[in-house]
Ligand binder design. Structure first.
Ligand SMILES: C[S@@+](CC[C@H](N)C(=O)[O-])C[C@H]1O[C@@H](n2cnc3c(N)ncnc32)[C@H](O)[C@@H]1O
Length: 862
């Protein structure tokens, strides 16, 4: 099995397993290719003991206590005695530690009758304590009975409180609350011996529980309440029971964002194929495939599929997981575990991971502080990771080639002293954009005067080496901060100067300058000896973008170099970039920040993080089918914000990859040329041909603000202040389904170049229309990225967290207010989210909201 093959962990659950699980049973299960077994923690004997106690004492309790237990007395009126050997099949041995314990499904922790709830809590505690004692680490806890829970949610609160206590009983134990995917009365069954029917009428009221009920988000909301009461404990997860008919994608997506550690598949959800073999619908297959792409994929638990046949009684188990019989084979072969064989077969049919999934494998939902390449000099490995991007540099090369072509065809005068177009790569790093600029110039047959500037002295060493070894000394190098650079320069006698300085033979290479009058002896000598002629740049190329576009201070850096640009025709690549935002449910990130990170960083919830978002749900969506965007329709497909942003949002744009393996967010696992070869289109096709996913609703992702370069409002000299780069934006997001917002996902789109000339149609761009588009655009916005810059992986999204999750009811509205702020030293963001409910046609009422979060203390230093 290769390392990209998905592995399913599949367990067997027998609701009425009467006998203790022995090592032989475990052996049989493993031989059949099951990975795990469940086991009830207590026996039917214990159940009978509790029922008889209840039936003996409940009438007495009823006559003496008609009012609420707890408000009238603190003592349990019915006490369940401690467990005896007859009460549990478990012993602390090797077998037990490999089992998933199951809490008795007949209790009712959420019962409105305080006596029933109290007995249920006692049973829960006895079972959890004994399971923990025996060494069980995973316990399934049947979720609250939705049918009998009180309308005011008090039963859920009671349930959550009991689980909170339960978590303290086994410090190494994880609890899985077992919930149906949706709240549907058809799924609510009551078995003989359940405690819930014993609830007395004075507590259950007259409610008619037989009314049919279907609430798609009902069980999710119940889970969310329990999880919140348990303070997002990392030892509390959820097991979701799949129904026979799967509900619409929005509720599936909601569960996808939750810590679903087990998916349970009852035999009743399988259909039979022509030969009588159990099979799942395409929708079920797609759901399972989607969940299997999680960093921690859930286990699958087959329930009610018959007992495990013994391997010692003549039935031969399947030797090989790939051995799901063909129909022909099936005719002469009795598969002892057909449901399991089906799932193993499904496992083998899982589509391979996409390029981005491979690239980010293991780093999904991993929080990283964004880089500050302006103030911190990057390591070579970090640059190396950028350079693996299969899309970004191609797109830059296209943009440069088009800009040069347009310059020539529009007959614009160039700034070079010798009449050549002057191109400068500012923030050149190790030089990939320099290489691309040379390639682009060659491809369009235009000779350019190329400059490359970098302030990182270590990267500068490599630039010099590349100039000697790769670029044939065609590049003039400058070591400087771009904001203090005085621009391209030519001296009368560079040959003599070079000879004088290096004491070497004159060469064709251009001299290199730091650009700093204070530190550069080369510069001093040059300027002292002869007359320097500074000239303008025609095309400035930079890649200073962060995950939110402007968060690595691209606007500030480019403003500082703009005065060197040809004032009439000068072009900046990129031309503009727009930040985008969307409210999301991200319970894992919320728990990681507010439970763990705040321990060491008290302001952890006020820092934006770079993160490969995976276990999230976009709360604002539209169900409308949507035409896949092309570079030219992106602006028109995204709603515009109510914004005080000076520049209107432009069409699209791109960010930097976090590096999970190293402290710097950018460094990543290497991506080989072979990986490059498989495009997302290919893997998408493969996926589509194997398992088709249901159509997902379209997330509402709104433009927050835009920066344009060159900035026409700037004066010809470098700006003295930075106030023009502040931004403020108020965005309205419809929230169709109730949910908890844990923060905002930030993306960006970047127009590298927008051509005014039309592109000739070639074979290649006819096949890939974006190649013929006048705009060359990078995008991390999930709505536009697949069309604009598929497979680009230089940037993961930015996550703006919340200290307290904000609740949104069905059909409400989120109002997000964002600020980009600055002082003389730094730039930072502030954000706030408010929940509103629509009343009537125009009215609305504020339900609550977050405080203003500010990253000022962690601002990006200028
Ligand atoms: C994101 S890296 C891009 C490097 C390279 N162009 C690439 O695409 O791989 C940004 C580079 O800009 C440099 N840089 C950032 N701010 C700068 C400034 N004000 N002046 C000069 N270089 C700067 C950083 O040192 C870094 O090498």
């Amino acid at each position: 099995m290769d390392d990209t093959q998905t592995t399913f962990f599949i367990g067997h659950h027998e609701p009425k397993r009467l006998l203790p699980v022995t090592s032989n049973n475990l052996h049989d299960a493993h031989a059949l290719n099951y990975d795990m077994l469940t086991c009830p923690i207590t026996t039917p004997y214990f159940h009978t003991r509790v029922l008889s106690k209840l039936s003996t004492h409940l009438p007495n309790v009823s006559s003496t206590s008609s009012i609420d237990l707890g408000s009238s007395t603190n003592a349990s009126p019915i006490v369940i005695e401690p467990l005896t050997p007859l009460d549990s099949p478990l012993s602390p041995d090797e077998v037990t530690s490999q089992l998933i314990g199951v809490i008795s499904p007949w209790i009712d922790l959420a019962s409105p009758d305080p006596v029933i709830a109290d007995i249920s809590i006692q049973v829960l505690k006895l079972e959890l304590a004994y399971a923990a004692f025996c060494g069980i680490t995973y316990v399934l806890v049947p979720g609250p009975r939705m049918r009998t829970s009180a309308d005011d949610g008090s039963g859920l609160v009671q349930f959550g409180r009991a689980i909170l206590d339960g978590l303290t009983l086994g410090p190494w134990m994880s609890l899985y609350i077992w919930m149906p995917l949706i709240d549907h009365s058809d799924d609510d069954t009551e078995d003989i011996g359940d405690l819930s029917p014993f609830a007395r009428q004075q507590f259950t009221g007259q409610a008619d529980n037989s009314t049919r009920r279907l609430d798609l988000f009902g069980t999710w909301e119940a889970w969310s309440t329990i999880r919140s009461i348990c303070k997002y404990s990392s030892r509390l997860s959820v097991a979701v029971a799949l129904p026979k008919l799967l509900p619409p994608v929005p509720i599936q997506s909601r569960w996808y964002s939750e810590p679903v550690r087990i998916l349970t598949l009852d035999s009743s959800i399988f259909s039979k194929n022509g030969k009588g073999y159990p099979v799942l619908t395409k929708a079920h297959q797609a759901l399972i495939s989607r969940f299997m792409r999680h960093k921690n994929p859930p286990w699958l638990l087959l329930s009610n599929v018959g007992s495990i046949p013994s391997t010692t009684n003549g039935v031969s188990p399947l030797a090989d997981s790939t051995a799901y019989p063909t129909l022909a084979e099936a005719s002469g072969y009795k598969d002892p575990v057909p449901h399991l064989s089906y799932l193993r077969n499904l496992q083998n049919r899982q589509p391979p991971p996409s390029l981005i999934e491979k690239f980010g494998a293991g780093y999904q939902d991993y929080l990283q502080a964004p880089l500050q390449p302006l103030t911190v000099n990057l390591e070579s490995i970090t640059y190396e990771v950028f350079e693996k991007d299969p899309v970004k540099y191609d797109w830059y090369e296209r943009a440069i080639a088009r800009a040069l072509t347009d310059w020539g065809t529009q007959r614009k005068p160039a700034s070079g002293i010798d009449g050549r177009i002057v191109v400068a790569v500012v923030g050149a790093g190790r030089g990939p954009l320099v290489t691309r600029a040379l390639k682009a110039a060659e491809s369009v047959g235009i000779d350019v005067d190329l400059w490359a500037l970098e302030k990182n002295p270590n990267a500068y060493v490599l630039l010099q080496r590349h100039n000697d070894t790769i670029w044939n000394r065609r590049v003039s190098l400058v070591k400087s901060d771009m904001r203090t650079w005085r621009g391209p320069v030519r001296y009368d006698d560079t040959k003599r100067l070079s000879q004088m300085l290096t004491n070497a033979e004159p060469s064709n290479t251009n001299p290199t300058y730091t650009g700093s009058v204070d530190t550069d002896s080369t510069y001093l000598l040059a300027t002292a000896a002869r007359k320097a002629t500074h000239y303008k740049i025609d095309i400035i190329i930079s890649e200073l973008l962060g995950s939110f576009g402007d968060n690595e201070l691209s606007p500030e850096c480019l403003d500082g170099v703009q005065h060197l640009l040809n004032p009439i025709h000068g072009i900046s690549i990129p031309t503009s970039y727009t930040a985008y935002i969307s409210p999301i449910a991200a319970p894992k990130l919320y728990a990681d920040i507010n439970n763990s990170m705040v321990q060491t960083t008290p302001r952890a919830a006020e820092i934006p993080y770079v993160v490969m978002l995976n276990a999230i749900d976009h709360l604002s969506t539209s169900a409308a089918s949507r035409v896949p965007p092309t570079p030219d329709n992106v602006s028109s497909t995204t709603p515009h914000p109510t914004s005080s942003t000076p520049d209107p949002p432009q069409s699209p744009l791109s960010a930097h990859p976090p590096n999970p393996a190293l402290p710097q967010p950018y460094s990543k696992a290497h991506i080989t040329g072979k990986r490059r070869a498989e495009s997302s289109t290919e893997s998408a096709l493969k996926r589509a041909s194997s398992i088709s996913a249901p159509p997902a609703p379209v997330p509402t992702i709104l433009p927050t603000w835009t920066f344009q370069h060159p900035n026409s409002s700037l004066s010809p000299s470098p700006p003295a202040a930075n106030t023009h780069n502040t931004r403020h934006s108020v965005l309205h997001f419809p929230i169709p389904n109730r949910g908890l917002c844990h923060g905002l996902a930030g993306y960006f789109e970047c127009v590298l170049y927008h051509s005014t000339a039309s592109m000739p149609t070639t074979k290649k761009n006819a096949a890939e229309p974006y190649l013929a588009s006048p705009s060359v655009v990078l995008s991390t916005n999930p709505n536009t990225m697949p069309a604009l810059s598929p497979d680009m992986m230089s940037w993961f999204p930015l996550f703006f967290p919340l200290k307290q999750a904000v609740w949104f009811p069905d059909d409400s509205e989120a109002v997000v207010t964002m600020w980009r702020k600055e002082d003389a030293r730094k730039v930072w963001y502030e954000w706030k989210i408010d929940a509103f409910m629509k009343i009537g046609k125009k009215g609305r009422v504020r339900l609550g909201g977050s405080e203003i979060h500010s990253s000022e203390e962690e601002g990006c230093l200028m």
